[in-house]
Design a protein around this ligand. Sequence first.
Ligand code: AMP
Length: 274
Amino acid sequence: MQEFAGELRLSKKTIGFVPTMGYLHQGHMSLVQESKARSSCTVVSIFVNPTQFAPNEDLAKYPRDLKKDCLLLENAGVDVLFFPDAQEIYPEGFDTYIYPDSLSRIHEGEFRPIHFRGVCTIVGMLFNIVKPHFAFFGQKDAQQAAVIKRMCTDLKFDLEVVVCPIIRENDGLAMSSRNVYLAPKERQQAVKLYESLLHAQKLISEGVRNTNRIVEEMIQIIKGIENHKLDYIRIVNAVNFSEVEMLKTGADYYILIACRVGVTRLIDNELIRF
Ligand code: AMP
């Protein structure tokens, strides 16, 4: 892969890169489409990265379907699928990690302390292998995209990070490989995450600026999910992810939500622009 990417660069091709953990859906494919529109060669990686899962998380049962993924990627006209072996990525003696700092300790980082260290380490490594000019990430994982942008700025990675919009199911549930874990009733009720985000948007459009009030009303909607555990709903500055009490004109915000439905942990968000 490294040699091939080197040759592409020598022949002045632009490389677009979409890192994934596989079990692909239309969310992933929207990143692929964006990459194809911007670059002459699109590389997709599939790697379920062990270092971003804590021991109590779902690494072993993370859904996999390589055959279907290959078909989707071929039909979409992807040039290269990079599907490395875990042994090759993390050989014996592997000892170097990329530790993101403050941005990785809040929100997702509070509930998944080693997560962003694993993400930055694998993404940084993949950037060195695939040598992309552009790398595409989903707004679905808004904090992840921000952590990676920060890493690229801080460590001077020579590429552009492009963040693409959230793709949703017909009823509004954000597409995710993890949605297959949901039992039918849980799947029905999971849409309340999106409904709570829509409600927040409505309150804001009606002039509500106090974030406590918005979060309180969102929690009431989430309470309609029978077997749920809400990790957090937070309204944050879209650049540094610090929590805000009052929305002000001229800034962008994310409304972030992380909630367990049954045993499945779901995240979603909405970008608020004034
Ligand atoms: P994953 O395979 O879950 O690690 O996701 C790979 C990439 O796809 C990440 O950049 C995600 O943010 C992005 N992604 C996942 N779900 C969606 C979605 N529903 N809409 C847009 N992008 C997504």
